[in-house]
Ligand binder design. Sequence first.
Ligand code: DCP
Ligand code: CA
Ligand code: CA
Length: 352
Amino acid sequence: MIVLFVDFDYFYAQVEEVLNPQLKGKPVVVCVFSGRFEDSGAVATANYEARKFGIKAGMPIVEAKRILPNAVYLPMRKEIYQQVSDRIMSLLREYSDKIEVASIDEAYVDITDKVRDYKEAYSLGLEIKNKIYEREKITVTIGISKNKVFAKIAAEMAKPNGLKVIDDEEVKALIAQLDISEVPGVGKVLTEKLRNIGVNKLLDILNVDFNTVKRIIGEAKAKYLISLARDEYNEPIKKRVRKSIGRIVTMKRNTRDVEEIKPYLFRAIDEGYIKLNGKIPKTLHVVAVMEDLDIISRGKTFNHGISKETAYNESVKLLQKLLEEDKRRVRRIGVRFSKFIEASGLDRFFNI
Ligand code: DCP
Ligand code: CA
Ligand code: CA
């Protein structure tokens, strides 16, 4: 197997740079403001200029501002990052249909059938990097190896804007060296548990009784780490499709007036249908962010695909229901589509 793993560099912050090139070179911090008090909330990510000073994901915004009062602080615009991500993922699908989208900024591509060796894999990696940059002006890091885990490790080592192959020999060498905390999927809690039973290096796991490991970290993780340490890990790329696609928009002012909300709702539907990119949903939810930022939704599932006309009509009914059952004013309104029709070709249009 040859796996090519793509990880988008400092992703949310990089999208902000692309949308506003004047930000380039300045420290940029993307924040999730929770709205409870001024600057409450956490850092989602930061560009490398900000990271140099210790700003990192998860840090309270207040703390980041203490360290770098003059950095550019931006509110997270997840929908926009998701759209950029969707486009990059579609671009990757042009190279192989065996692709596993692991998160908004990560995908594994099985290129076993596309290249003969690591030299060709490296060239393909370069081509993909260039193509993504050409189309989206986004830099990514690519890791290539014999399985998903070492492809990811390769990318971690090569970040940012990197490209690295870990060949079979280097896999062996890494298995002998890797600290347990450097293994993907092993976070702080797991590291602590493993150190407690004497596992500091990945290889140490083979010297502990299996039942002990199983009791401490669970069977799935135990088997995962043991297969890695034995160089037997070979999980296939699982084609994953996103289970839901949605669009939500912010209104000029908070309101409970259906006629006032409608144009926003319909705009969300229009833009949602663009994001669907030909996929046909059977379930529709109307999603409302209330004035206190609480999120609620009302949905309906059909036994056939939902046309845009149906979505317009049904969404208004769902909105009315939502407003009857909740007395707060609405701040943001949108829709979420799910339960996509699997059939292809003509079948897709049956009953719509
Ligand atoms: N993210 C978040 N909150 C976190 C961690 C991440 O909202 N605690 C978001 C913001 C990131 C995106 O997920 O842009 C991807 O996370 P990564 O950990 O891959 O980090 P980056 O892409 O930001 O940086 P890197 O260049 O290190 O990959
Ligand atoms: Ca990532
Ligand atoms: Ca990333």
